[in-house]
Structure formats: C-alpha cells, structure tokens
Ligand binder design. Sequence first.
Ligand code: PRP
Ligand code: ZN
Length: 283
Amino acid sequence: MLRIAIQGKGRLYEDTMALLSEANVKIDAGKRVLLVPAKNFPVEILFLRDDDIPQSVASGVADAGIVGENEWAEKESDSRIAHRLGFSRCRLSLAIPKDAEYSGPQWFEGKTIATSYPVILQKFLNKHAVNAKIHVISGSVEIAPGIGMADGIFDIVSSGSTLVTNRLKEVEVVMQSEALLIVNNQLSEENQAIVDELIFRFKAIREAEGKKYIMLNIQNDKIKDVCELLPGMESPTVTPLAESGWSSVHSVVEEKRFWEIIGKLKSIGAKGILVLPIEKMII
Ligand code: PRP
Ligand code: ZN
C-alpha cells in the first residue's frame, strides 16, 4: 500500500483529484477524513496542508506526495522528485509598488520584503549580495507594501491579477514551479512498483492532452500530401476503402493546429473528416 499525501484544500486540490480520477484511482473524498483508501488501487490518500507535505514524505509518514515545487524547494526536505506533473504552473517572483523605479536586485538593499518563502528568497539575495530584511507572513503577502509593512514582496504569481489588484509590478522571476510527485528516499520495492504504475498512467493522460484523433477518406494519389500534413505519433495508418482508388487515413493531430490542418485537408480533397477526442495515449 502506497500512502500519498496531497493538499486537502487550496491551489492544487482540484487538479490533483482530477488527475487521480483520470488515472482510475477512485477516492471517495466526500467523507472529509484525513486518510482515505482508494477503492480499486493499492494507495491511500492522506490529506494535509501543503506546507506539511514535503516533511511528511521525507520522514516516511507518507511514502509519496503531490506538492508544488515552490513548497518542496522551500522546505529543503530530504525526498526526491519522481515525476513532474505539469499542472499548477506558477512562478515565484519579487514585486514592488507599480510606480517605483526598479534598478535591479540592488533595489532591495536595506529594504524589507514580505514573503511566505524565506529560504528561497534568502538564497536569491545571497546570490546577488543584497542585504534585505525578510518579513515572514503566511498569507495575504500582497497587501504588505500597501499597509507599509514591507517595501516589496516575494510570492507566487500565476495570472498576475493579484499583483495588478494590489498596484504591484513583477520585477524578478526567481523560480518556476509546477506540481511534483515526490517520494521518500527509501521506498520499498513494492511501493516503487506502484509509483511506476502511477507515473505510467500520468504520462498517458498528459500525452493525450491537447490532441485529437482524426480520420478521413482520400483518393490514393493524394495520400502522400495528406500524410505530410498529419505527422501523427508515428506514421499515419492508411487502409484501402471498398470503393477502389480511395483510402482511409487515421492519425493524431495537435488541437492547436487543428483548424489550419482541416482547411488544407479539405483543399486537397479529403472527404468524411471525423475528429475524435483521445482519452489516453501510450507512446
Ligand atoms: C497565491 C499568491 C497570490 C496568488 C497569485 O495565493 O499568494 O495571492 O496566488 O495568483 P495570481 O497571479 O493568479 O493572482 P494562493 O491562491 O496560493 O493562496 P494563499 O495566498 O493562501 O497562499
Ligand atoms: Zn496569496
């Protein structure tokens, strides 16, 4: 049984639950209990505050955890990254009042910075040989300059709207962050196998994102043109149709390029174009 610590509420909660559900790990989260076994997979989910996840994985209270890279880096806990999950992307940045003139990291010399990430911030300040006072607060960091508590802030930026609302501007991006699957350094062989299976499923889900399955019919002398437009996972599948001189072509396309490709396919003479969602993709 693999015990995975995840955030009980907040930034990562919904995406994490959605990922587990897509990976067919069924969890009845409605019960509001701390520890919930999955119904159909050898894992149990431990719901924690995100700050507590790195340490619980390092100490072995949990075998694995899903946590933001920002928290993992801040806690410097002894656990390893098993897989980068690619969601909940954000950055950790320094921001100052909108109208202040920024001159580079030296701007912060002798100033006060409010943050919930003192470890990561101190490393950045050391690297640039800046002496600044760090004021640690656990939430609502963005209001600190407005109430005269700090000159600038160091916090998570995602859409940037919190900064705009608080009349702040981002001046240094210190690190990029995304959700991570972290694991204890001494996983049993049995639990490592469960982690490997989870990673396999997570990759298949991710591969399928933003991709569509496309099927169309085309005259045989145009197959080559169609295949050039459709660089699938490997080469497209071509099968002859009952009507002589015609074939059916199947492939995978990126959703972003979809309309551009469809227009070109039609002009080549493709007929009966069908586009289907892809649920999982194993490559
Ligand atoms: C973070 C951060 C900002 C906000 C930034 O808070 O502290 O408040 O997100 O996001 P934006 O750039 O999209 O506006 P979070 O929602 O994680 O909650 P917290 O303040 O309780 O940590
Ligand atoms: Zn916040």
